[in-house]
Design a protein around this ligand. Sequence first.
Ligand SMILES: NC(=O)c1ccc[n+]([C@@H]2O[C@H](COP(=O)([O-])OP(=O)(O)OC[C@H]3O[C@@H](n4cnc5c(N)ncnc54)[C@H](O)[C@@H]3O)[C@@H](O)[C@H]2O)c1
Ligand SMILES: [Zn+2]
Ligand SMILES: [Zn+2]
Length: 345
Amino acid sequence: MKALVYHGPGKKVWEEKPNPVILESTDAIIKISKTTICGTDLHILKGDVPEVIDGRILGHEGVGIVEEVGSAVTGFNKGDHVLISCITSCGKCEYCKKGMYSHCEKGGWILGHLIDGTQAEYVRIPFADNSLYHVPENADEEALVMLSDILPTAFECGVLNGQVKPGDTVAIVGAGPIGLAVLITAQFYTPAEIIMIDIDDNRLNVAKTFGANQTINSGNENALEKIMNLTEQKGVDVAIEAVGVPATFELCESIIAAGGHIANVGVHGKSVNLHLETLWSKNITITTRLVDTITTSMLLKTVTSKKLDPSKLITHRFPLKDIEHAYDTFQNAAKEKTLKVILSS
Ligand SMILES: NC(=O)c1ccc[n+]([C@@H]2O[C@H](COP(=O)([O-])OP(=O)(O)OC[C@H]3O[C@@H](n4cnc5c(N)ncnc54)[C@H](O)[C@@H]3O)[C@@H](O)[C@H]2O)c1
Ligand SMILES: [Zn+2]
Ligand SMILES: [Zn+2]
């Protein structure tokens, strides 16, 4: 088969690899129909994720058809149409039993990281019964690819941890695919006001069409001053960090109202300053989370019932064999106006 293979920082090649085979009785082999590229794949290519070895097939998102199942798989059969979760989980260990699939003792985020991933013609999915979802008939396959990672990440780490409530004022820092997915899923709870902050005017314009009430380009406006003016100097009830750099987390600390929630979604590589000297008396809650994908079934229902339309996050489409070109488009997001790309086999 053909697959997108990582060969060390900056190097990736669409090349021939052996087809995956069943290694454990709980495995399934999936023929990929649609996959995508994540910001995390770019982190890997930059060399930020050193556990990823030379020769690894990248990708942790996708939809496909079951090609073969191991003898212990009971929930799926050859020919089933399935959604692949970015988190692999056994469903049996202590963490899985707590609903923390991200910390599964035998799984977690392993696809396209510690084992071969989905940017390929075929992929092996361990613990298939707990790590795959049946695709409902007539569902929009492209929209469902957004459910492998970005929608559950945005909803669980941002909206649920941030405890967005009706009437809240919510600030979302970062209008990338994740920040925009926070924006659309936060609206389940009818917050009064959503303020989107980024440095990319195109993404801020997209945010307006997705329901943001206010947008701030923090590259050329004073975001702190503007948010304080918008909130009668009180700050916001919920501040969601969806970038992953110290400046954006510190902005969240400076705009949070008394009793508010700061929900961190971004992957951070550097330490940030915690301003306890101003926050200690403000009754705030700060949360962090690695996506568990425990809300995937719920989100799937909202998508199939057309209450949520994640396909609007898709800006570019390519045949799977043109994945190297798709990476170029995804890497030049500001110039190409890219959000999510779809690769079809
Ligand atoms: N917690 C989890 O489980 C989890 C899962 C997936 C992704 N993530 C992380 O979520 C974050 C967002 O993901 P994404 O795919 O949307 O990334 P992205 O890089 O596409 O988007 C980040 C956005 O932040 C903006 N930005 C950069 N610097 C800024 C600044 N100083 N001020 C304001 N805006 C700024 C960029 O213009 C961009 O639009 C990343 O850090 C990613 O690694 C976390
Ligand atoms: Zn991802
Ligand atoms: Zn487990």
